[in-house]
Design a protein around this ligand. Structure first.
Ligand code: NDP
Length: 478
């Protein structure tokens, strides 16, 4: 089947007013660092330098934590819950007003297609602030007793795959519950967090309620280990999550960890195959597979294996890879050179271990970090590509004969963040959902998010929930 040729449809980047350099956002103002260190953030699609960003050291982190403590004690902790609501509604509306700018900025800094940042990330950011604005003055009815109190100052560390959405998942519930925050965005994607700092200024949020300290892993460590923090919220790798859990265990700090995943997306023989194929594509190629809950292990019932894999390969030949700012792009850039090296390494190991690799014909741009959508068939459970989080556009395909075998294979992982089930039988969906050790089980869909729905993991995927009534608990002293 000939592929459609699409004319380029680039979103203009003129809506973004990039500054040459950015300071740290502490106590309501952009400030310099104590020791003058900076780093550059680049566009992963072109390797162009976008801006210079400040690297916060321990003294800066200390300043930010003190500002958050003062704001907690003097303003945010004592204003009425209704007032907190008003600020959160204001932030949500400002995110909506600046949505196009934020989407372009996110795609520039992260490499994700504008279609996703525009239609998924930023609308969900606004939805999280609206949702939590609604809770702020109703916490006494949330089931935690008549007067649930905040914890104090939250130290929050987020990854690069959904930079602004992860910020919203962290900041919106923390503020709704009456806490103040110091947040560290990932080194490779700091720009939307800094735009959010401007939104806090526009919303007249009292100084110190939200503080943004940019930097790398050491800045994150200084933040989570700071004695002035009462609650740590982390999303990222299981390895760093374990270090943070250890550090918190030696202190009074409450913590929630949202870590890696190796989700099974399970297709039964009676599933609507075309619909399932769309779900498989969405499950692993959305956001270049940089998704902790990505459906990176496809389990197909043997009787429909040829049909599913044939349809999937045909569908992959229609995916368009390239400029993240082009509205027709389906697959954008890999976020960093380091992540690309990791995807390449694990894919090479997959081949060396005997799995069969397939990618559609696909031209990769000359500059930037790119990896084609890739499928591995003939994968065994012992292969590293079936066990380890690749965090890229790489799908490992396994087969099963019975529902019991599907459950056994799906649960055969140290992770447990999500799973997908494709079948027309409601009873099978309910049975599978009860058997699967995963925080979220999607049925005949994948990668659906809603601020009202709690999200989190089992086993090495972490603990605690974000979103919904359950997510509030992590920020309350209950
Ligand atoms: P990390 O866990 O290293 O990074 C997540 C965040 O933690 C970043 O802001 C990072 O800073 C910060 N950080 C790093 N080290 C420390 C520390 N010791 N104490 C406190 N904060 C720290 O993930 P990577 O970005 O290195 O990605 C590595 C792998 O992790 C990926 O290949 C993927 O498999 C997995 N991953 C999973 C995610 C998920 O959502 N489940 C998200 C991201 C990654 P900085 O980025 O500046 O180094």
């Amino acid at each position: 089947m000939p592929k459609f040729e699409y004319a380029p449809a680039p979103e203009s980047r003129s809506i973004v007013d990039l500054k040459e350099s950015y300071g740290l956002f502490i106590d309501g103002k952009f400030t310099d660092t104590a020791d003058g260190r900076t780093f550059k953030t680049i566009s992963p699609a072109t390797e162009e330098v976008l801006a210079e960003v400040t690297e916060a050291g321990p003294q800066d982190v200390d300043r930010a934590v003190r500002a958050a403590r003062t704001a907690y004690e003097n303003s945010w902790g004592s204003i009425s819950p209704g007032q907190r609501s008003k600020y959160l509604f204001r932030i949500a509306r400002l995110v909506q007003e600046r949505a196009r700018e934020l989407a372009v900025l996110e795609s520039l800094d992260n490499g994700k297609p504008i279609r996703e940042s525009r239609d998924v990330d930023i609308p969900l950011v606004a939805a999280h602030f609206f949702y939590h604005a609604g809770w702020a003055d109703k916490l006494e009815y949330a089931g935690y007793g008549p007067d649930p109190s905040p914890l104090g100052v939250a130290g929050q560390v987020i990854p690069w795959n959904f930079p602004m959405l992860m910020l919203a998942w962290k900041i919106a519930p923390a503020l709704a519950c009456g806490n103040t925050v110091v947040l560290k965005p990932a080194e490779t994607t700091p720009l939307t967090a800094l735009a959010f700092a401007e939104i806090c200024q526009q919303a007249d949020l009292p100084p110190g309620v939200v503080n943004i300290v940019t930097g790398a892993g050491e800045t994150g460590r200084a933040l989570v280990e700071h004695p002035g923090i009462d609650k740590v919220a982390f999303t990222g790798s299981t390895e760093v999550g374990k270090q943070i859990a250890k550090a918190c265990a030696r202190s009074h700090k409450k913590n929630t960890l949202e870590l890696g995943g190796k989700a099974a997306n399970i297709v039964f023989e009676d599933a609507a195959i075309d619909q399932a194929v769309e779900g498989i594509v969405n499950g692993i190629f959305f956001n270049q597979g940089h998704v902790c809950c990505a459906g990176s292990r496809l389990l197909v019932q043997e009787s429909v294996y040829d049909e599913v894999i044939g349809a999937l390969k045909r569908r992959l030949t229609t995916l368009r890879l390239g400029d993240p700012l082009d509205k027709n792009t389906d697959v954008g850039a890999i976020n960093s050179a380091a992540q690309l090296a990791k995807i390449r390494e694990l894919s090479d190991i997959g081949e060396a271990e005997g799995a069969e690799r397939w990618s559609p014909p696909c031209e990769l741009p000359a500059h930037g970090f790119w990896f084609p959508p890739t499928i591995f068939t003939g994968v065994s459970q012992a292969n590293r590509i079936a066990r380890e989080e690749i965090f890229g556009p790489v799908l490992s395909v396994l087969t099963f004969r019975t529902p019991a075998e599907a459950v056994e294979k799906a649960n055969n992982t140290p992770y447990g963040l999500s799973a997908g089930v494709w079948t027309e039988k409601g009873s099978l969906i309910l049975w599978m959902a009860a058997q699967l050790k995963a925080g979220v089980v999607w049925a005949n869909t994948f990668n659906r998010f809603d601020p009202a729905s709690p999200y989190g993991g089992y086993k090495e995927s972490g603990y605690g929930r974000e979103g919904g009534r359950h997510g509030l608990e992590a920020y309350l002293d209950v």
